[in-house]
Ligand binder design. Structure first.
Ligand code: ARG
Length: 390
């Protein structure tokens, strides 16, 4: 049996790499997809071969992730349950696609992943594989063989699998860092400072605010402080500067797709900045009706992605709706980052619907007499019904 394994180099997938050979006599091919996590990919490859991989692939998918997934999420203001910018969730279908390509090329009988039976990631991988690789078996040893971290650690020690001792489960990519488990499982307590790696504590952030100017073209960020940047470069830059001001910490009780509530801590500096800026620009350029409707569309999109339904046709249909509106979401937004907070302090757009001449308290061309009849008709039914209330 030939198995292609989505391999991160961590404890779960390293143990699985060995177990697949030991228990199933499988020939295992490993695939590590670079979505911007700060790992040593040479070291991961070496580890894979040391643990018996027949072949190993490292696939650089950073640009594709940033352009086709992350920037789409910005256009959709994607925040699951209003708070989680979907960093982990967004990367899964792309990782699965890259693994599926290798599986096809290698003529694999099965693909394998290291997800547990408790989380969302199993759904994201399973459904992506089912969509992309009909007829190919999916192996999820952690779930199927009931593995747990304690057993895995012992097995790793016995088989000389090197592991960095980790108190937390961490997932990282360009768009964010997710931390789960360990001390933060006590939801009544403030998370210890040691879990953070991308953000400084807001209390220790600089006493001077940082101003940033982000320029969008048709819903996609293009320049920061007047400088054109590619998607990967821009996200990295914003993670760095916003993180240094304590921006982007999220502590969330989350509704997992499997029904469990969990607590996750996220570090998402670039996401916090870009979504705040993008939303503000929509506020300026979209009509009230469009904005209200899009808010519902955005929430539905985020839920689909979170729940692993990337291949559900509704996802693309919702994007098509958004693309139609976003043509006018161009312009620039000025933000102020200060001790963990980000606020929009200025904006401008050639498509802006804010009309200084109409709204101003100073001399204005707005004909106030028009309002008299408007108010009358606007409230006609409400007033009549109030007067005739039972
Ligand atoms: N709760 C997040 C999600 O479902 C992140 C999951 C991975 N987190 C982790 N710390 N391993 O998308």
């Amino acid at each position: 049996m030939r198995v292609v394994l989505a391999y991160s180099g961590g404890l779960d997938t390293s143990v699985i790499l060995k177990l697949l050979q030991e228990r199933l006599g499988a020939e295992v091919i490993t695939v590590t997809v670079d979505v911007g996590q700060e790992d040593d990919f040479g070291e991961i490859e070496e580890k894979a071969y040391r643990l018996g991989a027949k072949a190993h692939y490292t696939i650089d998918a950073k640009e594709e992730f940033a352009r086709d997934y992350v920037f789409k999420a910005v256009m959709m203001n994607a925040l699951y349950d209003g708070g989680y910018p979907l960093s982990t969730a967004l990367a899964r279908p792309l990782i699965a696609e890259k693994v599926a390509q290798v599986a096809k090329k290698e003529g694999a009988d099965a693909v394998a992943h290291g997800c547990t039976g408790k989380g969302n990631d199993q759904i994201r991988f399973d459904l992506a594989f089912k969509a992309l690789l009909p007829g190919v078996k999916i192996l999820a040893p952690v779930r199927e063989w009931g593995l747990n971290r304690e057993w895995e650690a012992q097995y790793a020690a016995k088989h000389g699998i090197p592991v960095k001792s980790k108190a937390y489960s961490i997932d990282e990519n360009l768009w964010g860092r997710s931390v789960e488990g360990g001390a933060i499982e006590d939801i009544s307590l403030e998370p210890p400072e040691e879990i953070f790696a991308w953000t400084v504590s807001p209390a220790k952030a600089p006493n001077e605010p940082l101003y940033l100017e982000v320029e969008f073209s048709a819903g996609a960020p293009e320049k920061v402080n007047g400088e054109k940047m590619g998607p990967v470069e821009m996200i990295r830059y914003l993670n760095k500067v916003a993180g240094a001001h304590g921006v982007g910490r999220v502590d969330m009780i989350e509704n997992r797709t499997v029904g469990l509530k969990s607590r996750e801590i996220y570090e998402v500096p670039a996401a916090t900045v870009l979504i705040a800026a993008h939303k503000d620009l929509e506020r300026l350029t979209l009509t009230k009706r469009s904005m209200d409707f899009k808010e519902a569309v955005d929430a539905e999109w985020a839920k689909l992605v979170y729940q692993g339904l990337w291949f559900e046709p509704l996802r693309e249909a919702l994007e098509a709706f958004a693309y139609r509106l976003e043509a006018r979401v161009s312009g620039s937004v000025r933000l102020k980052l200060f001790k963990g907070s980000v606020s929009v302090v200025g904006r401008s757009s050639p498509y802006g619907l804010y009309d200084f001449d109409l709204i101003s308290y100073f001399k204005s061309s707005f004909d106030q007499r028009l309002a008299i009849g408007f108010v009358e008709l606007f409230g006609l039914q409400a007033v009549a019904s109030y007067r005739k209330r039972p």
